[in-house]
Design a protein around this ligand. Sequence first.
Ligand SMILES: Nc1ncnc2c1ncn2[C@@H]1O[C@H](COP(=O)(O)OP(=O)(O)OP(=O)(O)O)[C@@H](O)[C@H]1O
Ligand SMILES: [Mg+2]
Length: 364
Amino acid sequence: MAGTLLSVQDLKVGFRTEQGVVRAVDGVSFDLEAGQTLGVVGESGSGKTVTAKALMNLLPSYAHVEGTVSFGDRDVFAMAANREKHFWGVEMTMVFQDPMTSLNPVKKVGEQIAESLRVHLKKSRREAFAEAGDLLEQVGIPEPGKRLTQYPHELSGGLRQRVVIAMALACGPHLLIADEPTTALDVTVQKHILDLLDDLRRDRGMAMILITHDLGVVKGRADEIMVMYAGHTMEEAPTATLFSEMRHPYTEALLETIPKIDTPSHTRLVPIPGRPPEVIEIPDGCPFAPRCRYSITRCLTDRPGLTSHGSGHSCACHAPVGTPSGIEARAANESTGTTAAGLDMDQFTRKVPVIDFGPPGAEG
Ligand SMILES: Nc1ncnc2c1ncn2[C@@H]1O[C@H](COP(=O)(O)OP(=O)(O)OP(=O)(O)O)[C@@H](O)[C@H]1O
Ligand SMILES: [Mg+2]
């Protein structure tokens, strides 16, 4: 498949709760080319998983969903309404943060992978088991023959996530959605899994949506990055552009929260002051204004729309980083010591230490 594979237009997801309507996703649009990786980045509660579940038709029935999602020339929500279930799990699949949510604890690994091939692609039992073994090999599992006959609890967390990836790849999807696929794993295993996903994506010409709260994870892996906050897209750009010309103060703040390889250990990180808003009561203006060091009066009342900052680069901000209005806003806030939203500018110089566990084996 060449050209645009997935096109999401003005996606909105609301949940009616006792406290009111939770606008978990509020007007998100993006396109993904075949074979490319989109990184979706944002803090907890920004609407990343809800967006993914909307695409996967996995939202609970009480969710109110609006917008259009096209996959090639097919209408994804129309397929959901018509219960065309062989689309999900075949052409579009998903890997979740916790491998145990996708694995059946009482079924052998081989049976679980083979099942998907038998149900969706109508393979015989023998063919499906042979392919399951091949898939385990492709995801770097040693002794695949032995692993096929084991139960999930007999495997380590890293091997389990590899099994889940094998299951997601079984039917040859064109798009794989990986939702924080490594956060439940050991740090050393995390990089192996992310590199594996990247290699498999390239070998298969598959597209990927890689969801994470860490800009560092998508830096070398995504073609495009979309930064989300409180159900909104704050900034979207080709990866190199995002890092060289970031425009949104939220993106800048997220970048300051990741440790850099070239800074000495013990260097303190700058946390983003405050917390994301409860999506039940997002203020009228920019949802990030209360935590933003660039905020001006307009940000409190007037929600900024996405505007273009060059090819494929858009940002929703009244005072974008590095532009005359942003430079002026920040300088004015620094001179008065407070932002339009009343945030003390000192908050931005309070740093938190990077936890240094010392060399392996150093403890007591
Ligand atoms: N089934 C649901 N009913 C009501 N609210 C929900 C439901 N699912 C998600 N939400 C709310 O929608 C918002 C977005 O949630 P989502 O899980 O998409 O966040 P996220 O960006 O994936 O965060 P994290 O990084 O913690 O995974 C949150 O405020 C969450 O509480
Ligand atoms: Mg999530």
